[in-house]
Design a binder for this molecule. Sequence first.
Ligand code: GYE
Length: 334
Amino acid sequence: MRNMQMSLAPRRAVAALAALLLAGSVAACGNSDTGSEGGGDNEKIVMGFSQVGAESGWRTANSTSVKEAAAEAGIELKFDDAQQKQENQIKAIRNYIQQKVDVIAFSPVVESGWDTVLKEAKDAGIPVILTDRAVDSADKSLYKTFLGSDFVKEGRLSGEWLVENSKDATGDVNIVELQGTTGSAPANDRKEGFAAAIAADPKLKVIASQSGDFTRAGGKQVMEQFLKAHPKIDVLFAHNDDMGLGALEAITAAGKTPGKDITIITIDAVKDGMQALADGKFNFIAECSPLLGPQLMELAKKVHAGEEVPARVETEETTFTQEQAKAALPTRKY
Ligand code: GYE
């Protein structure tokens, strides 16, 4: 661990001096003390990263992005897959604290229950960056920044599309909802944003809403139950592509045509989801970008150098219709 107490002004002065020396000759190379204390490049930043799991295509793309960006940025990455369990994440974070890593980054599987371990990191002087998902801790000093999407907006955009495309429908429009992992920020927020948007039209009714845990298997299984319990389902709103893809199997097996008999709205826009959209099986996707790695590494460097970072860094995203998916697919990276 480097000395993080050093104030910015002397560090800048040292950096400027080092630059001068480097410009003139190779003299600066000999002075390793100056290099390391000045936040120089000869000591690698060590990041401990606790990932949620490998539950979806989004998650796989996110893990790849983090690993690639760390290598690119010259950051040594310790990576742990928590298999969707909060206790595993807490264990991993405690390990990182013990190992005295420079920065801890993690994507919290659920929103609550983090205060104790975050306090431990803070007391150890290790900055924490939240990536992808948020925590509900009242004490915002427990982490430096939160990098990720606006999940409420994703839900709202999904709902607004449905309002717009249900204008001509007569009678009730029955919606079933496949929620993400119970207690997770994206499940809570997408549900909230969607509900707020569809409130604009009283004929839009959520008749069933249950967690499919963000997995294909979960989506398939819960959709089977929905189809058995409800003879008239007009719309499926799935909190991610993978659950929507799992649900496709259940819908087809029930003798219905996805995208026609049942309108399907999902979130993420990973390749398989975009393919389903282009093929006419999905009807609309609100994008959620998993490519957070480069921004995360940049924030880690700044936080490690003691620089100020914004409390919230939002990902830029769009939405896709079937036609837009066809156009975007050939150049889609994930
Ligand atoms: O939408 C889903 C994944 O936290 C934004 O987690 C992420 C969500 C993503 O399992 O596919």
